[in-house]
Design a protein around this ligand. Sequence first.
Ligand code: OSB
Ligand code: MG
Length: 367
Amino acid sequence: MKIDHIELFHVKLVLVSPFVTSMGVELDEEHIIVKVEGEGLTGWGESVAEGTPFYSYETVPTAWHVLSDFLIPGVLGKSFASVGEAIQTGDKVRGHRMAKAGLEAALWDLFAKSENRSLSDYLGGSRKKVPVGVSIGIQDDIPTLLKKVTGYLAEGYQRIKIKIAPGTDLDLVKAIRKEYPSISLQVDANSAYTLADSDIFKAMDEYNLILIEQPLGYDDIYFHSKLQRHLKTAICLDESIHSVADTQAAFELDSCRIINIKPGRVGGFTESKRIHDYCLSQNVPVWCGGMLESGIGRAGNVALASLPGFTLPGDISASKKYYAFDIVDPEFVINQDGTMDVPTKPGIGVEVDLKNLERVTVRKVRF
Ligand code: OSB
Ligand code: MG
């Protein structure tokens, strides 16, 4: 496959409602859409670096720089036999995994299309439908949260994840459990706590949570092991896991018992698959996290979640949960049984709506 052209689109998508977490308030989501053209075909990917360096150190400008000045020059105008061969050209670049993952995703789509296979099939997925959940931001008050939970359950979502932050944590869990004693429920702290807060998490042990996501430092593995040993509930790491090596370290220290795999955070589908395969070999369940993607990134996440080890529902919600309109056609919808269909057409399996892409693009460049 010869890579003829690459185009970057800096997009800004306005959220249907503010997304509040321990990291702050998000009103819109800025990402980079990557378009790769080769041999008459077009591949699409999404880099989930955000407008702010609050979840990860990467931002749209850092990813734009690393893509433009290092990653794209490595592949442009060259021919490759596989995605693996193409992304090797970026191996010298340390970190900047969201930048790498955006380009890699577009290459996966392009190569899958060149073989007329769906991305799911090309990645080694087997499931036709994937179980999905929903991630609910911090609300103004508990009645508002309960109303949101009720609404999403009515739409079919198989599990509820709520964001927590110091001062708004255990009370939320108690309130939901009072109303819904047996739904699948989990919490995400986005690194807002320290070991001094251990009692809060010990108290959560009474509420039958599926997992507690990233309670401690965003790069920490060691202190999570000190917390996990006092809990019955599984800790799930998100921010701290960037590679299969991090995953091994976390299991050896018993820092977590579940992993949230986000392709952007780990540098793409190739590393995601390695983590998935390792977790499967260790009987550790994984699930696909989300970064408020547009339909382009969502399509990749759905395909990844069709791999056999993704047994827990992903943060993969319907397009309309996030945005008034999506930039793919058809947009993603949830089935009443809380699953999402895995696209079966070649590549990501959905068409990019070029008009809508134009509407959300604030800057673009063609190489
Ligand atoms: O921690 O999982 C997270 C969104 C942006 C950044 C970090 C996270 C999230 C979510 C939303 O929880 C997941 C989604 O529905 O896309
Ligand atoms: Mg998280």
